[in-house]
Design a binder for this molecule. Structure first.
Ligand SMILES: [Zn+2]
Length: 298
């Protein structure tokens, strides 16, 4: 049986010291953000997580991806004021830096904001329709993925907006960004995905990731379909400060295994942990790792 890996989805809560932040910013101190990123990465390593992310400490994930794209400007929400163009690398430099100090036995995740979610999250002043906008986002994201792919073990695409409405062109969008990728690809969709499972299991990605802990009924929804996708099982909640015990996590994984069998190759928090207090997020990861050890040790 394949070893189940422990993973995060993306974001991790690191408090920013505002005074220090402002001082570093105005002193023009380069790379002053690195300490926040390494704090997130080190927490994940210390907890024993196998697949590590950059923690997305810089910004909410939509802003991380829109701020470096020509044609976008960040106001209350990102605004599209011109045709989108890929100008600068988005997460590439952070990925390179993390890769340098990440222990060899750890995998690195390239966390990517999905084109549909980006197109639905911005204020559009330029494009005739959101479909055109989404396809331009997809082409730009593909360029970023081509840059980071030699350095990551998993490309994880965040598309929470798929659970609101799966667009007719959803398949084409994902196809653009995963085309010719050799590394493992994962699609994370939180929310209630029960009605779009037939769309999801057809997408050109290897792994599907959902919030199975907050919405355990999704496990049963999947049972109705023939599914060849691997599963990243949300196993601790991201919207709740109660720390799940190791036993509770194990019984959740066992229940899911009775439906998914060996398709479960990763266990993770339900979603990004950004909104949790740091000590709670950390303890949830520790218990996730302990549960994974028990499952893998059987
Ligand atoms: Zn999510």
């Amino acid at each position: 049986m394949e070893i189940i890996k422990t993973s995060v989805i993306g974001s991790y809560p690191i408090e920013i010291d505002n005074m220090k932040f402002i001082k570093n910013y105005f002193n023009g101190l380069e790379n002053f953000w690195d300490e926040y990123i390494s704090a997130a990465v080190n927490d994940m390593i210390k907890a024993g997580i196998d697949l590590i992310s950059d923690g997305q400490t810089r910004d909410p994930f939509i802003n991380i991806f829109t701020r470096n794209i020509k044609g976008c400007r960040i106001r209350d929400r990102p605004e599209i004021i011109n045709k989108l163009e890929y100008l600068y690398p988005i997460i590439f430099e952070d990925i390179i830096k993390i890769k340098k100090y990440l222990p060899k036995n750890k995998g690195l995740i390239g966390v990517i904001a999905g084109p549909y979610t980006l197109s639905e999250s911005v204020v559009n002043f330029y494009y005739k329709n959101k479909m055109e906008l989404a396809f331009d986002f997809a082409e730009i994201i593909k360029k970023e993925i081509d840059l980071i792919k030699p350095y990551v073990d998993l490309i994880s695409i965040d598309e929470p907006f798929f659970s609101n409405k799966f667009p007719d062109y959803g398949y084409e969008l994902i196809k653009i960004i995963t085309k010719k990728l050799k590394c493992l690809t994962r699609l994370h969709v939180c929310g209630d995905v029960s009605k779009i499972i037939p769309d999801l299991i057809n997408l050109p990605v290897d792994v599907l990731s959902h919030e199975f802990k907050a919405k355990p009924q999704l496990i049963n929804s999947y049972e109705e379909y023939e599914n060849n996708k691997k599963i990243c099982l949300g196993s601790v909640r991201s919207d709740n400060i109660e720390i799940e015990s190791v036993e509770e996590i194990i019984s959740h994984i066992d229940q899911a295994s009775s439906i998914f069998g060996e398709k479960i190759i990763q266990i993770s928090p339900d979603c990004g942990q950004r909104l949790l207090p740091r000590d709670i997020a950390f303890k949830k990861l520790i218990n996730l790792v302990k549960a994974g050890e028990v499952i893998n040790g059987r």
